[in-house]
Design a binder for this molecule. Structure first.
Ligand code: NAD
Length: 427
């Protein structure tokens, strides 16, 4: 007979993301002239949903898992945000990520609020069948609070287009008809969008090029780039950086990093990591630790793994003049202060990694209309929306005399606050 196993234990090694999100929020609203009741209202997630559910393992035993979905805001539209599978997931991390989604969608002028979800699980320890059962059960637990009109999940760390396909199929089976608009980041042949897989990484590099251009740097081949994290965001950022002529000198994944001051062949590294499961031990490069990678000589550092990577401990040692945040919340407020004092330009997460949600928005629109766009059109529109977001951020920074992170949050929070003011408090 099947016996219940203990639940996976959450791993607690990264600085508190929710503390970071709230500290950033407090910093941003201190510059804004908005009523206190609206400031207080926006501090809180609107809804928080916790689910505990069983999954049958391949050996017949049943294991319990815990998952979350947090809707931070639905003021500007349905809430939007990814689903994360990781042992780091906890309610505070999900709250932080949901709040950042609200600001990201607002900054990019999308008709979405912010949400995030996650399951405490290391997906690399589950077989494909186990992952499918876990994803389908989690999807079915979320059904009361998701729909194309209310909350639309997407992939994030540890989740893939295949998992979005299982989510979409589970929801569709329950409804009795296909509902592609229930999730974004799906494979293209079931209603996904051209360009979605590469969108976040591509958007990161669009922002990097904009930052370099605005600081008078035009020589791509002499600009050295280091990318932490070689998953969806990191690998696509590194590949597009190389395609645009930049010299990618270092990359890493959870197992460690590689470095070659003369530049890596990113496509070869990508093929190697697909084959071996990691970038480590790639020939023609030196192995480094993730701690070392962040402080190696480079011009641009792209943290694209997870939150809390740039802290008071390593901020003084970072060589890069530009940090472009592929990950959500990779820089703690203390590190922000140190880096800003040192004159490092930080292109903040809610701007730099917004390419994913921008193309998710295009995917949702295409699904609702059953009318699909060419890849060229997706990339043209992505470029337009990213540059507009960058422009808004720089103009806000100049107007308020603040750094780019505070500016991006200011512009985003102001738009949500204006909507709350106009809509009023119900009842
Ligand atoms: P992913 O699961 O595809 O890849 C994560 C990568 O980070 C992997 O290479 C993994 O090995 C590495 N990694 C994990 N823990 C690490 C650690 N402690 N040190 C170094 N590397 C580590 O995830 P992803 O979708 O690329 O997401 C990465 C980050 O980007 C997350 O912060 C996520 O929230 C953010 N983000 C993702 C998207 C998206 O569209 N996927 C959009 C916006 C932001």
């Amino acid at each position: 007979m099947a016996t219940a196993l203990s639940m996976p234990t959450k791993v607690d090694t990264v600085p508190d993301a929710y503390g970071t999100a709230l500290a950033q929020y407090d910093r941003a609203v201190s510059h804004l002239d908005i009523p206190n009741d609206i400031i207080e209202y926006m501090r809180y997630p609107r809804r928080e949903f916790t689910v505990n559910f069983p999954v049958r393992r391949d050996n017949g035993e049943v294991e319990m898992f815990t998952g979350y979905r947090v809707h931070h805001s639905t003021v500007l539209g349905p809430s939007k945000g990814g689903l994360r599978y990781s042992l780091h997931v906890d309610i505070n991390e999900v709250r932080a990520l949901a709040m950042w989604m609200t600001w990201k969608c607002s900054l990019m002028n999308l008709p979405f609020g912010g949400a995030k979800g996650g399951v405490i699980v290391d997906p690399s320890t589950l077989s494909l069948g186990e992952l499918e059962r876990l994803t389908r059960r989690y999807a079915s637990e979320l059904i009361p609070i998701i729909s194309p009109q209310s909350d639309i999940p997407a992939p994030d760390m540890g989740t893939t287009p295949q998992m979005m396909a299982w989510m979409m199929d589970t929801y569709s089976m329950t409804m009795g008809y296909s509902v592609p608009a229930i999730v974004t980041g799906k494979p293209i042949h079931i209603g996904g969008s051209q360009g979605r897989t590469v969108a976040t990484g591509r958007g990161v590099i669009i922002c990097m090029m904009e930052a370099l251009k605005r600081h008078g740097i035009s020589n791509a081949e002499n600009t050295r780039v280091i990318v932490q994290g070689f998953g969806n965001v990191g690998s696509n950022a590194a590949l597009y950086a190389q395609e645009m002529g930049f010299k990618v000198v270092g990359v890493s994944d959870v197992a460690g990093g590689i470095y070659n001051p003369d530049g890596l062949d990113v496509e070869a590294v990508y093929a190697y990591s697909r084959e071996t499961g990691s970038v480590c031990d790639y020939p023609n490069a030196e192995n480094v630790t993730n701690t070392e990678l962040l402080v190696l000589p480079c011009d641009v550092l792209i943290p694209a793994a997870m939150e809390g990577q740039l802290t008071a401990k390593n901020a003084d040692d970072i060589h890069a003049r530009f940090i472009v945040e592929g990950a959500n919340g990779p820089t703690t407020p203390e590190a922000d202060d140190i880096l800003n004092d040192r004159g490092v330009v930080i292109v903040p997460d809610i701007l730099a990694n917004a390419g994913g949600v921008v193309v998710s928005y295009f995917e949702w629109v295409q699904d609702l209309q059953s009318f699909f766009w060419e890849e060229e059109e997706i990339f043209r529109q992505l470029q337009r929306v990213m540059i507009r977001g960058y422009d808004v951020t720089v103009r806000t920074a100049e107007e308020y005399g603040v750094d780019l992170r505070t500016a991006a949050q200011l512009a985003a929070i102001k738009r949500v606050a204006d909507a709350i003011k106009t809509r009023g408090f119900y009842p």
